[in-house]
Write a protein that binds this ligand. Structure first.
Ligand code: NAP
Length: 256
């Protein structure tokens, strides 16, 4: 690669908001963005101590913002906190997400609303708040949503999760259509089966674990660091002409 090509992945001086950055995939993406040069605004309900320490060890700054994305009441506060901490926003990673498992015949309204509120409604309104700031800054910006294999497939026993993640794929396209001309790139990453708290129940079920592993061409569960390269690519100028795309990072799962 020429030096020019390499430099397009440089994020020095950029500010990234990462929701759910205290653990799992969000922590890995926050650290990857920091390694590429970003200061990080981490959003979660719990303390983000370990991620903050990893970001600061890389010489970047970390602002710990506590917010509950079960409601959209805090989306403007999140943007305000980012501006107070670092003065601008360049990247938003909508990673926070939850899952509820139940047969569709039994699935309850609480499990529907809880998942849709965090995974889809807050994602939209936080994207809107960030995009308004990108427009005020006249800077353009990058929004990276976290989708799922269930943006492409149906799954079982996860009705609201499938609806929300299929919605994430559609919204990613809609927002790209509306905002591409404003130099705002909206794309998504669809992780495959990754070893985090979110999938602990699947890995503990020996039969499900074997079934899942058996159809992953790469022959292993994904790990959070598998998202490092893709998130830096989608946050950087290397992806300036990529709009509305959902990038599967799945060890080949969808290719089967
Ligand atoms: P995880 O370890 O369970 O982490 C979920 C994150 O979301 C945590 O940081 C959590 O922080 C945050 N969060 C949940 N509810 C929240 C709320 N109400 N307000 C603010 N933050 C909230 O899961 P993960 O595997 O890293 O998943 C991250 C994303 O990837 C999710 O969107 C998930 O659907 C998606 N995904 C995961 C996989 C996988 O195989 N692991 C595959 C496809 C997609 P707090 O609870 O501390 O607030």
């Amino acid at each position: 690669m020429s030096p020019t090509t390499v430099n397009t992945f440089d994020l020095s001086g950029k500010v990234a908001i990462v929701t759910g950055s205290n653990t799992g995939l969000g922590a890995a993406m926050a650290v990857a963005l920091a390694a590429a040069g970003c200061d990080i605004v981490g959003v979660s309900r719990a303390h983000a101590g370990a991620t903050a320490a990893r970001v600061e060890a890389l010489g970047r700054r970390f602002a710990d913002v506590r917010a509950d994305l079960a409601s959209i009441a805090s989306v403007d506060d999140i943007v305000r906190a980012a501006l107070e901490a670092f003065g601008r926003i360049d990247v938003l990673v909508n990673n926070a997400g939850i899952i509820r498992r139940e047969d569709a015949l039994e699935f309850g309204e609480d499990d529907w609303d809880a998942v849709m509120d965090v995974n889809l409604k807050s994602l939209f309104f936080l994207s809107q708040a960030a995009a308004r700031q990108f427009v005020r800054q006249r800077s353009g910006g990058k929004i990276i949503n976290v989708a799922s294999m269930l943006s492409f497939q149906g799954g079982v026993r996860v009705a609201s999760y499938t609806a929300s993640k299929s919605g994430v794929l559609g919204l990613t396209r809609l927002l790209a259509n509306e905002w591409a001309a404003r130099r705002i790139n909206v794309n998504a990453i669809a992780p495959g089966y990754m070893a985090t708290a979110n999938t602990a129940a699947l890995r503990e079920d020996a039969q499900r674990n074997e079934e899942i592993l058996g159809r992953i061409p790469a022959g292993r569960w994904g790990v959070p660091d598998d998202l490092a390269g893709p998130v830096v690519f989608l946050a950087s100028s290397a992806s300036d002409y990529v709009h509305g795309h959902t990038l599967a990072v799945d060890g080949g799962w969808l290719a089967r």
